[in-house]
Design a protein around this ligand. Structure first.
Ligand SMILES: NC(=O)c1ccc[n+]([C@@H]2O[C@H](COP(=O)([O-])OP(=O)(O)OC[C@H]3O[C@@H](n4cnc5c(N)ncnc54)[C@H](OP(=O)(O)O)[C@@H]3O)[C@@H](O)[C@H]2O)c1
Length: 247
């Protein structure tokens, strides 16, 4: 598949490596230009391009930028054919993204993203920490393989997104529609807690919508407090913190 990736940060870089290693034809762009993208991301065959080049001649576009950068991408996305699948990895953190009134009032993040882009998306890879995503992928069928929830409204988008998630080394679990994707947002039991395919359905079902924003902000406050206090948090510390805060 021909894939464009916007964002070459923690998640976009790993997506670039994994999807090109899986045999896909990958182009990747950031905001500063292709010359600023690490050559290390390109060793398996991906190409660094400009943001306007990344949306040409592709079957799927993955957007992996801070949520606050999403509205600016609408003109780029307008160049994509309507049958191309757009996948979004974003999460809303008011401490990082600034306050977004609609999201503060409970609008579902991926629904807000579709409104900003004027296009449907599949929500994927948002609920895996960068460290887990980079290091914990396993071959299909491996016992203990971790899983990633995938939400989308169009069947074609869901099929493409689930297949690409599998290609990155994780089981894909159908988490339903975009309207229901609050169940995999920051603060929910499924969010960045390293669950398996067997564990995710119960975690999605047990999410309590009204508790999610407080739990998201509580975990972020605890992380900031530890970092400012000189504690070196590693990926699995974050997974444990999320498990204890979101359940
Ligand atoms: N980090 C995690 O553990 C994690 C896990 C799951 C999901 N997520 C979500 O995934 C998204 C990406 O996270 P991240 O940690 O990978 O972020 P990151 O490390 O900060 O990287 C963000 C990337 O987006 C690019 N970018 C920003 N605005 C852009 C624009 N207008 N046009 C083109 N490129 C643009 C940046 O390019 P420049 O550097 O050139 O500006 C950078 O390459 C976020 O929404 C985050 O919430 C993160």
């Amino acid at each position: 598949m021909k894939i464009g990736i916007i964002g070459a940060g923690s998640i976009g870089a790993t997506l670039t490596r994994k999807l090109s290693s899986a045999g896909h034809e990958v182009k990747v762009a950031n905001s500063r230009g292709p010359e600023t993208i690490s050559p290390e991301l390109l060793v398996v065959g991906a190409t660094a391009v400009t943001a306007s080049e990344v949306v040409t001649d592709i079957d799927a576009l993955i957007i992996s930028v801070p949520l606050s950068s999403i509205p600016a991408l609408k003109p780029l996305v307008a160049n994509l054919p309507t049958d191309a699948t757009i996948l979004d990895t974003s999460n809303y953190y008011p401490m990082r993204d600034g306050q977004v009134p609609a999201l503060d009032q409970g609008q579902v993040e991926s629904v807000w993203v579709t409104e900003q882009l004027g296009r449907p998306v599949a929500k994927a890879w948002n609920a895996i920490l960068a460290g887990s995503f980079e290091t914990k992928g396993q071959a299909a069928g491996d016992p203990g393989r971790l899983a990633i929830p995938v939400a989308a409204d169009r069947e074609t988008d869901k099929t493409v997104a689930m297949s690409l998630v599998e290609d990155t080394g994780f089981d894909a679990v159908d988490s339903g529609s975009l309207a229901d994707s609050w169940r995999q947002q920051p603060g929910a039991p499924t969010y960045c807690t390293d669950l398996t395919r067997q564990e995710i359905p119960e975690a999605l079902a047990s999410a309590k919508k009204e508790r999610i924003p407080q739990r998201r902000d509580l975990a972020m406050t605890m992380v900031m407090e530890k970092i400012e206090g000189g504690v070196a948090l590693v990926n699995d510390d974050m997974v444990e913190l999320n498990r204890s805060t979101y359940n």
